[in-house]
Ligand binder design. Structure first.
Ligand code: MN
Length: 258
């Protein structure tokens, strides 16, 4: 049987499960909140054009109002100043949007400490048990934060000192950018950096290092708990917005079930 027929047959027989890693887009979808004087994104919205009425008797359709970095979304290199000469979201090669993924679960640590930071040692301990990170693939960083995505307040977890959400250390960001073979980092939080990363030196090290290295980010992923540590294949579908710094994306994972 041709390979693609085998793939379709395996999906229909539930030998390969399709896991949706995408958050629904709606007005209540959490969005990042930057302090003044920085600009902010608008909430997701639908602007009705017609709904079986005088404006269009047989059809319903909307304009969508969204930021590029809303809900489950893809960060392109050009999103950050370090990647300003890099790829925009339309430049990302289509073949790189289908890639192997590993899932590193630090949800217990993040439950104990919302400011938990991933370190290179954590990843090296994981690779000692599970094998190397996938070349050209994704490191998906599970923190359990998807359980909070129904509430902007719980998701951003901000206090008077700013947001408190798990992320990666400065050293780990550099390591992922320069030494790890992965093409990108996927997270369950609102961005790839920790909530407190505005105060790091340099600030937002994950964005700076990864996007500066031509790597990618995926944020606000859900259902990583349904993926095995190794063996999943991720299909990420950002819109090819010319000049775009990112895009909401449908992100699916294929998982072999025995
Ligand atoms: Mn983003």
């Amino acid at each position: 049987m041709p390979l693609l027929d085998q793939l379709v047959a395996a999906i229909r027989a539930a030998e390969i499960e399709v896991v949706d890693l995408t958050a629904r887009l709606e007005a209540s979808t959490p969005i990042i909140q930057l302090p003044p004087p920085f600009g902010n994104t608008v909430p997701f919205g639908l602007q009705e054009i017609s709904r079986y009425d005088d404006r269009g008797p047989a059809w319903y359709w909307n304009n969508i109002i969204t930021g590029e970095h809303t809900g489950t979304h893809f960060d392109a290199p050009v999103h950050w100043i370090t990647g300003r000469d890099g790829a925009d979201v339309a430049d990302v090669p289509a073949a790189s949007l289908i890639a192997p993924a590993v899932v590193l679960d630090f949800s217990e640590q993040a439950a104990r400490d919302p400011d938990f930071l991933l370190e290179p040692e954590h990843i090296l301990a994981w690779t000692a048990d599970h094998g190397p990170l996938p070349d050209g693939g994704w490191l998906l960083y599970r923190t359990g934060w998807d359980a909070r995505s129904g509430s902007q307040a719980e998701f951003l977890n901000a206090s008077e000192t700013g947001p408190h959400t798990p992320g990666v250390s400065i050293e780990c960001a550099r390591w992922l950018a320069e030494e790890a073979p992965v093409a990108g980092l996927g997270v369950e939080t609102v961005g790839t950096d920790a909530g407190t990363a505005h105060s790091f030196d340099p600030p937002f090290p994950c964005h700076a290092a990864l996007l500066g290295a031509g790597k990618y980010g995926l944020t606000q992923l859900q259902n990583l708990a349904a993926l095995p540590p190794t063996g999943a294949v991720v299909i990420a579908g950002p819109l090819p917005i010319t000049g775009g710094s990112g895009s909401p994306a449908r992100v699916l994972a294929l998982v072999e079930r025995s």
